[in-house]
Design a protein around this ligand. Structure first.
Ligand code: ZN
Length: 303
């Protein structure tokens, strides 16, 4: 199993130069998870052949419009398409009021169940879990309550060594227990150590999504050693004052967070509409953290 991220929108508040507001898809097996839903996200699904019916969970970081203005359109599209399965939405509690007033004024009653879980932006916790991943909130420092999300694969089962399984004639029914790390005891009471029957599974992967935030070291312990960090880099160094007053980060600050957290790779995003060319931001980040990359819309990144 592996996690993949498709970037659908990489810009900040104003769409510019072919770049769109924030939205990403996290792929895990056949399941898709939507992270933020800026204006036009549905059209990005179409552009990048994202199967929207595979999305069952949506995470919204905060209620600045560039992170959720595409949501009501998506919810009503699902209604028009007669979605049957529930949709789970995680966001600040006010979002449910906003959705309800929009649906009420259009006289729409959704034909599917919208399961809403309010996010507490004052306390980090695990908000979602399925058989493959867990999702924790990261408390960010922005003008309004805002969280990031830490996606972690669950620890995999151990890999069986098939020759050894044959050699010891281990019954099929015993395999799940061995995959879970247990020794095998045969009919005569002989113990065969698990280490002789299995090898280590691949290490679980992790992805941290951090948008939007002032430079904020408090997240470092939680994102330590993640495989991929997406961090907002709204501005270059020349606009550090503007970054501070708007509670955003520069590319260099994003790279400093990546370096201090010893992440494997940094993806920069949430760019200001003032930059047509993003080389300046990339170069500033690379001076601090060489394994930095610009988030490109439509591109899928292996975590
Ligand atoms: Zn914001």
């Amino acid at each position: 199993m592996s996690l993949e991220i498709t970037v659908l929108g990489s810009n900040s508040a104003i769409p510019a130069y072919g770049r769109h507001p924030s939205a990403q898809i996290l792929h895990c097996k056949n399941k898709l998870h939507l992270i933020d839903c800026g204006e036009g996200t549905q059209m990005r699904f179409h552009d990048f052949k994202i199967k929207k019916n595979r999305i069952d969970v949506i995470f919204i970081s905060h209620l600045h419009g560039d992170h959720y203005f595409g949501l009501i359109g998506l919810l009503t599209t699902y209604n028009l398409l007669k979605r049957e399965k529930p949709l789970h939405l995680f966001a600040a509690s006010e979002l449910m009021d906003i959705i309800q007033i929009q649906l009420k004024s259009s006289n729409i009653i959704l034909c599917y169940e919208l399961l809403f879980s309010p996010i507490d932006a004052d306390k980090s916790k695990m908000i979602f879990e399925n058989e493959d991943i867990t999702v924790e909130t990261l408390l960010l420092n922005h003008r309004i309550p805002c969280v990031g999300f830490l996606f972690k694969e669950k620890i995999h089962e151990r890999n069986l060594i098939s020759e050894k399984i044959k050699e010891y004639q281990i019954p099929f029914t015993e395999l799940p227990s061995i995959k879970n790390g247990n020794d095998f005891v045969d009919m005569k009471g002989n113990v065969i150590k698990n280490s002789e029957l299995t090898i280590d599974p691949p290490a679980p992967h992790s992805y941290a999504y951090c948008s939007d935030t002032l430079y904020h070291e408090a997240i470092l312990p939680q994102i330590k050693n993640v495989d991929l960090l997406y961090h907002e880099a709204t501005f270059a160094n020349e606009s550090i004052n503007r970054a501070n007053t708007t509670f955003h980060s520069t590319a260099e600050q994003a790279a400093t967070i990546a370096k201090k957290a010893a992440v494997k790779k940094l993806l920069l995003g949430h760019f200001s509409a003032k930059y047509e060319n993003l080389e300046l931001l990339l170069n500033e980040a690379k001076t601090i953290f060489p394994d930095s990359e610009i988030a490109v819309e439509g591109k899928t990144y292996l975590v």
